[in-house]
Design a protein around this ligand. Structure first.
Ligand SMILES: [Zn+2]
Length: 160
């Protein structure tokens, strides 16, 4: 999967100006309905699997899953290499790298909080990178659904 990367800005630029430019470049990085996600959805369709896209799995949480099954409590995230800091393609823009490091760290921290909130609520969480092969991703998803134990009506692991 070829990923557009922000063009590094050369030379010392004033932080605000360059950060605006970088931010503009970032807007080209799609957050939703990435090519990979669409390809995975096509594969799932082919496997005869029906699913929901882009929904909030937990009523008290704002985050959304990319693809998932509420009844079976399976959540799939297909993380953009840039936004989620993929080890292979997640390089920081050269200008304002501190700002970006903080921003992307924040994204990763939010991912981990979402994972743990879901797991606490009894969900199975599957995370993939957008650079992964959509067919393999779909296979893992389908295998997880097939092996999936029927949803238990309650799995209270909270200790309030
Ligand atoms: Zn990647």
């Amino acid at each position: 999967m070829n990923t557009k990367r922000p063009t590094p800005i050369r030379g010392p630029a004033r932080p605000t100006a360059s950060s605006e430019t970088v931010r503009a470049n970032m807007k080209k990085q799609k957050r939703k309905d990435t090519k990979c996600e669409l390809a995975v959805r096509r594969q799932l369709h082919r496997s005869g699997v029906r699913f929901r896209v882009d929904f909030r799995p937990l009523p008290d949480q704002l985050f959304r899953v990319d693809v998932g099954w509420k009844g079976r409590k399976v959540a799939v995230f297909i993380d953009g290499c840039f936004w989620h800091g993929c080890p292979e393609h997640g390089s920081l823009p050269k200008s304002n790298s501190n700002w970006w490091a903080a921003k992307l760290d924040g994204n990763r921290a939010r991912d981990r909080r979402a994972d743990s909130a879901l797991r606490t609520a009894g969900w199975t969480v599957l995370r993939f990178w957008e650079h992964e092969n959509p067919e393999s991703v779909a296979k893992v998803i389908v295998a997880t659904l097939r092996s999936g134990q029927p949803t238990k009506s309650a799995s209270p692991s909270q200790t309030y």
